[in-house]
Design a protein around this ligand. Sequence first.
Ligand code: AMP
Length: 113
Amino acid sequence: MTLFEKIVARQIPADIVYEDDLVLAFRDINPQAPTHVLIVPKRVIPRIGEAAGPADQATVGHLLVQAAAVARRLGLGETGYRLVINNGTDGGETVPHLHCHILGGRPLAWPPG
Ligand code: AMP
């Protein structure tokens, strides 16, 4: 089981901000911005580079639409936010369970360090 599956299964506590049948969103334990939330599919896709087929397409589309909805609900709609998906070692991925970072609450530098 991945770390995020354990959060989905409530085996590990998390500060959950949104849930539906397909996705769960919760606050990152090591926030890199005033608002830093992760949104994950409940059904594991290891990383975006391995998403394939119609079911994964539907899940990833839903994940991104709900990421924007969560950002709006957390008050980031006016000021803006960044959605980040890390893929693989050089991408900085540390948990092999697809997740989209939702970052906002201050101006974010680009490119990141
Ligand atoms: P990534 O580096 O893209 O794989 O992102 C993994 C993220 O998961 C990091 O930002 C971590 O801070 C976050 N993280 C790790 N463990 C937990 C946890 N138990 N609850 C919430 N976020 C976590």
